[in-house]
Ligand binder design. Structure first.
Ligand code: FAD
Length: 416
């Protein structure tokens, strides 16, 4: 069997793997990426948040992505019947990017992966990891290429960015149930022929159909729009008796007073895809000689579009910590990797949970708006969830529930 020797093996060429590999390469680490599929490949996760821009800039992937003219995302709109709440990232608390992109991920990920290749990084497509064994920190990985040839890759460190492939969580029995309730989604893309001119047509929107059920509308610069419905798994399953995803999605669109006219009858560009019980968690995020990044470790929920941001944050951090360790500086992976990532994950977990209890929706749609509260929540929605100067980060575990309680009490005492 052929053998290869590298410093770092990255498994998966999604955003997490590409950011990690690109940063390592920039710092003269011998890195190899193996990717099971051939790009472009279909993947969900099209609404980004501004925090990702920090990572793309630092990993030197920004210029290639920016050249693609993806639709700019300046904020997000939440709709509940007649009520509308718009967050504008330029109106957020604290420092940070105030825009990002909304992207067809097949093109976006392909652009990133091609840029990684252009930089001279060894990225092998259609090469699947089959087995991994460790001896201390050193690993031996068996991969199979598209012609069925097997190869051994020896690495000092593995960044597992394999997403739902969950290579090391599967092989090392690291999976654990998510704390979040089981939710599912069905999505597709449509040719957005009824799209209005200007902001109305291009603004990313989340339409609340019921407290726990929402529709995403993510317009792309190529004229297509991503449509998806999200909700408790039982509800999503009840949308079509025949388990027909297209029928289920059409039934969900039918429930949207806001979007029914724009999307009724529009042709689906591919058979809608169902992602069942999508939340994931792991028992630990690192071990001797490896780190789990992106969806290979945790995935919460799409409602605040945090998935890619966590994927790039953890991919970048794993790369930095490996680099530090390789320079002979001691790394406390528990503190510097797990605890750091868990702080951000905990903030978004609260926001996701409080979204589905309805408490966060109470804050979003309260009139008159409170600009001070809004800019602080906006900073969280932009992904700046490590900024503890923001009370909506620092006190996330009770501030939303407490404020919603007060607002609801106020409403009960003085109904219009
Ligand atoms: C319904 C839903 C909606 C979502 N919406 C959003 C959103 O709007 N915004 C957002 O930011 N996130 C969203 N997400 C999350 C987003 O999809 C992920 O967080 C993001 O894609 C994770 O990136 P990644 O790099 O970790 O993994 P991926 O992008 O999944 O990449 C992993 C790669 O690893 C490869 N791989 C797998 N197994 C192997 C193997 N054995 N050998 C080699 N390679 C392998 C795969 O082929 C894949 O290319 C959503 C998720 C769901 C379920």
């Amino acid at each position: 069997m052929t053998q290869e020797f590298v410093d770092v093996l990255v498994i998966g060429a999604g955003p997490s793997g590409c950011v990690s590999a690109s940063y390592l390469h920039k710092n003269n680490v011998k890195v190899k990426v193996v990717e099971k599929t051939k790009f472009p490949r279909l993947v969900v996760g099209e609404s980004l948040i501004p925090r990702v821009m920090d990572h793309f800039a630092e990993a030197e992937l920004y210029d290639a992505l920016n050249a693609m003219n993806f639709e700019k995302k300046l904020g997000a709109r939440f709709i509940r019947g007649e009520e509308i709440c718009v967050f504008d990232f330029s109106q957020k608390f604290g420092e940070g990017w105030d825009w990002t992109w909304q992207v067809p991920r097949a093109d976006f990920d392909n652009t990133m992966a091609q840029e990684v290749v252009r930089k001279g990084i060894d990225l092998e497509f259609e090469t699947e990891v089959l087995e991994v064994s460790f001896e201390g920190k050193k690993s031996k990985t068996i991969v199979k290429d598209k012609d069925g040839n097997l190869k051994e890759i020896h690495a000092k460190f593995i960044v597992d960015s394999s997403g739902y492939g969950r290579v090391l969580p599967r092989l090392l029995d690291l999976d654990t149930p998510s704390k979040l309730d089981p939710h599912s989604s069905i999505f597709t893309h449509v040719k957005d022929i009824n799209r209005e001119e200007g902001e109305e047509g291009t603004q990313i929107s989340f339409d609340i159909l019921e407290t726990e059920v929402w529709l995403w509308v993510i317009p792309f610069s190529n004229g297509n729009t991503s449509l998806g419905v999200v909700g408790p798994t039982d509800f999503i399953n009840s949308l079509s008796e025949n388990k027909d995803n297209a029928e289920a999605l059409r039934n969900a669109i039918q429930k949207s007073d806001y979007y029914i006219k724009r999307f009724k009858g529009t042709e689906f560009l591919f058979e809608p895809v169902k992602l069942e019980n999508y939340s994931r968690a792991v028992k630990r995020m690192y071990g001797d000689g490896f780190a789990l990044t992106g969806n290979s470790s945790e995935f919460l929920d799409p409602v605040f579009s945090s998935g890619v941001a966590f994927a790039t944050e953890s991919g970048m951090l794993a790369a930095k910590l490996y680099l530090k360790e390789s320079q002979g500086i001691e790394v406390d992976w528990e503190v510097e990797f797990t605890q750091y990532m868990k702080r951000g994950i905990a903030v978004f977990t609260t926001y996701v949970q409080e979204w589905y209890t309805g408490n966060l929706q109470t804050l979003f749609f309260h009139q008159p708006e409170n600009p001070d509260v809004k800019e602080k929540i906006c900073s969280v929605l932009a992904g700046y969830v490590w900024n503890e100067e923001n009370p909506f980060v620092k006190k996330h575990d009770h501030v939303i529930a407490n404020m919603a309680y007060l607002l609801n009490m106020q409403k009960e005492q003085s109904p219009e």
